[in-house]
Design a protein around this ligand. Structure first.
Ligand code: ADP
Ligand code: ZN
Length: 725
């Protein structure tokens, strides 16, 4: 049986990477033991390597089932660029080409064969029987969620893949998907009929994506500013309607941006051309409906903008997930207006189906809630997909804004009495203008006579807007679901108006730059000018080889070249993405550019700074600002007074989960011990599981642990291990 050390060698020499990511190592170990498994990993997590590395270690052929024709070609190009014998079979090939590839399969010349499911199952079992005569080492089923009718990409032919296990009982099967939806995940496990498969779940957190939400007012101007600041970067702007796409793309072109529209109403050839140009870095901005993105694997999409709010979190997460597959810093920006939500409400209404309408409407509400959060957006997203997350991620606009908590009792009283005086008949903007004593004509004369008129003139419009959002988020006010939503009082309002309760409100300050999370190359200083020269060189080589630029080398690789300035081909091998074959094929060309640049600028090599990378631990510093340190400290103090987690939670009005998160931080920092919370027996059991599965995915551990072990138990033990390692 091939060993994991051999897998490391393959990773380095064939793919040019130093370390496995997320669950890759465990998955590969499992496959090397010829066991079935299911891999749930977010987009960009690195699912492909999970089967590509074993494929190179096994004797025989690895068959990869993949539903997307365009992606197959991409994958095969990428493998070939690394000198690996791979091919694909699908309807885009001529019958001669297909025959030729089948011959190569028969002669055992290929390591990997990508096939569309319908091709695999063509003519009953004809093709499968043919494969029986060849030596098949492994089946990999990509996009395995297509087997689920719950998902958005259900493909009936996927259901037949269960046959693989009947026809090839001894060949291991690995199923992979990036779908975070619970129902779909369960379906994948049920439908594939795998033999007691191990399930590997990586965190779905996309640490390198920073999430922002901004008001949609003056959208176009805001876009122009943003795009001007990101001129050389690729991005996708999602709109809900085809017409919206066309208009925006046209306006952007008129403003001098390299943008193109993409939607299902265009001719296929036109769509293919747009996609191709985007992939080849010839067009930077695609303005698209959701139709765009399924079939592309472009790793260097730096931003995903939603000009309209999507209908649900699933869609939103999938679309934003197309940013930053390469692990470098990327941004997801949603432009929000409550009016958009109202418009969508009409679309989620399904005639004669109250149940379905209710589900869709609830999903839309959850999406709208995301847009108006005053708490961490990442946490909300991850919790939505059933994953726990710390309260503060440090890289969404909310966490970066450093909300100051202020005593907002008087502010809240002013706001609520304004709503009351205006007879709950006006929206946020009017109420703010009224509070600020606006002289504008739109303020009715009778309102100018009211006592509350102008009592909030000392507070800026922006601050009032934040306060109102927070009052709504905290349930002191609500909005009607009209096209122009009106503010309404709630049962909680009267205590405030009567002075029976105090209110803490969030006041936003400047949004800071995010701390970079795991896009490590961006952390080093790199030569920007060299980077753009290398980009040009890469484009030239890519055109010569007729592949997209990222097949030649990733942006991360280019950044490493411009940061570490290798001076020889053996230095080159230390750069991410340069496996042996790429060094041999393209090393010299890149090296020449780097040498020339170094000579011109009188720079020396910095390759000694390049350490083999270790996956970064998601260590979260206990923040001294934004009131976090005191809230953690309060929990610790109460714990030290002998209170249980549940008691602290009750006293502090927080969830037990939050309290456990606080305490786990102190376990990680060494102030507390896991044994303060978990029995010795469970700790031992958990340590064994962590040895086996690592600690990146609490879920994997939980799934393989007994029922009596809770997530909190796992969290404490993992925190302790992180603290010492
Ligand atoms: P997924 O299929 O999960 O969306 P991919 O397999 O396409 O992700 O991988 C995303 C990117 O990450 C690719 O460019 C790939 O080469 C890169 N990658 C994968 N694993 C590693 C690793 N261990 N080290 C560095 N880069 C990696
Ligand atoms: Zn956050």
């Amino acid at each position: 049986m091939p060993t994991i050390q051999q897998a490391q060698q393959i990773l380095k020499h064939k793919f040019g990477y130093d370390n496995f990511r997320l669950e890759q190592e465990h998955v590969i170990e499992c496959i090397l033991q010829r066991k079935d498994c299911i891999v749930l990993m977010p987009t960009g997590g690195g699912k492909s390597l999970c089967y590509q590395v074993p494929a190179l270690l096994f004797e025989g052929l690895t068959v990869v089932v993949s539903p997307l024709i365009s992606l197959m070609k991409d994958q095969v190009d990428a493998l070939r660029a690394n000198g690996i014998n791979a091919a694909f079979l699908n309807s885009s090939l001529t019958s001669e080409e297909q025959t030729q590839i089948t011959r190569q399969v028969y002669e055992g010349k290929l390591k990997l064969l990508y096939v569309a499911p319908e091709r695999l199952l063509q003519g009953g079992d004809v093709f499968l029987n043919f494969l029986k005569d060849c030596r098949v080492a492994l089946f990999a089923i990509d996009e395995a969620h297509c087997i689920s009718s719950w998902g958005h990409d259900f493909r009936p032919e996927y259901l037949q893949l269960a046959r693989l296990k009947h026809l090839f009982p001894d060949v291991p099967v690995v199923a992979l998907t990036a779908t975070a939806d619970k129902l779909v995940r369960k379906d994948v496990v049920d439908k594939l009929e795998l033999k007691s498969p191990q399930v590997f779940i990586s965190s779905f957190n996309r640490a390198n994506i920073t999430y922002y939400v901004e008001a949609k007012k003056n959208l176009f101007d805001k876009l122009l500013v943003y795009l001007a600041e990101h001129k050389d970067e690729s991005g996708i702007i999602y709109c809900l309607s085809r017409a919206g796409c066309e208009t925006l793309a046209g306006d952007l072109r008129n403003a001098g941006f390299n943008a193109i529209a993409y939607h299902a109403g265009l001719e296929k050839t036109e769509r293919d051309r747009a996609q191709e140009k985007f992939i080849r870095d010839e067009i930077k901005i695609v303005v698209a409906t959701i139709a765009f993105g399924m079939g592309i694997d472009k790793p260097n999409v730096r931003f995903v903008i939603h000009a309209d709010i999507p209908k649900n979190i699933e869609g939103y997460y999938q679309e934003t997930g197309r940013a930053g597959r390469d692990g470098l810093h990327s941004e997801a920006i949603l432009y929000y207006s409550s009016g958009d939500v109202m418009k969508l409400k009409k679309f989620v209404f399904i005639n004669n189906n109250a149940e379905q309408t209710q589900i869709l409407s609830r999903k839309l509400d959850q999406m709208a809630k995301y847009a108006t959060l005053t708490t961490c957006r990442r946490k909300y997203l991850l919790n939505y997909f059933d994953e726990s997350a710390p309260d503060n991620c440090g890289s969404c606009d909310v966490c970066l804004s450093k909300f100051d908590l202020v005593d907002g009792t008087v502010i809240a009283q002013k706001a609520l009495s304004a709503v009351f005086r205006l007879k709950e008949n006006f929206g946020i903007n009017y109420t703010i203008d009224f509070l600020r004593g606006s002289k504008a004509e739109k303020i009715r004369e009778e309102h100018k006579l009211l006592k509350t008129y102008g009592v909030g003139a000392d507070i800026s419009k922006e601050d009032w807007a934040t306060y109102f959002r927070d009052l709504i988020a905290k349930g002191f006010l609500q909005q009607t679901e009209d096209e122009f939503p009106k503010l309404r009082l709630t049962p909680k309002s009267s205590d405030v108006l009567q002075g029976k309760t105090t209110v803490q409100l969030a006041k936003s300050k400047v949004v800071e730059e995010p701390t970079r999370v795991y896009g490590e190359p961006a952390e080093v200083n790199y030569e920007k000018e060299l980077f753009s020269r290398l980009k040009e060189l890469r484009k030239m080589i890519a055109d010569r080889e007729n592949v997209p630029p990222y097949i030649i080398l990733s942006d991360a690789g280019l950044i490493e070249l411009s940061a570490y300035l290798p001076q020889s081909l053996s230095d080159m091998k230390k750069i991410s993405g340069f496996g042996d074959v790429k060094v041999q094929r393209y090393g010299k060309e890149f090296l020449e550019q780097v040498l020339e640049y170094c000579k011109m600028k009188n720079l020396a090599s910095r390759i000694s700074l390049k350490q083999p990378k270790r996956e970064k631990k998601a260590k979260r510093p206990i923040k001294a600002d934004a009131g976090y340190s005191s809230t953690y400290q309060a929990t610790l103090d109460m714990h030290r007074q002998g209170l249980s987690t549940a008691e602290i939670a009750a006293q502090r009005g927080m969830s037990p989960q939050t309290i456990a998160n606080h305490l786990a931080q102190f376990v990680e920092s060494g102030d507390l011990k896991a044994s303060d919370f978990v029995s010795g027996e469970k700790i031992n059991q958990l340590k064994n599981l962590i040895d086996k599965y690592g600690y990146m995915s609490l879920k994997t551990i939980k799934e393989n642990a007994g029922d009596d072990i809770s997530y909190d138990d796992i969290k404490f033990v993992v925190s302790e291990i992180k603290g010492v390692s």
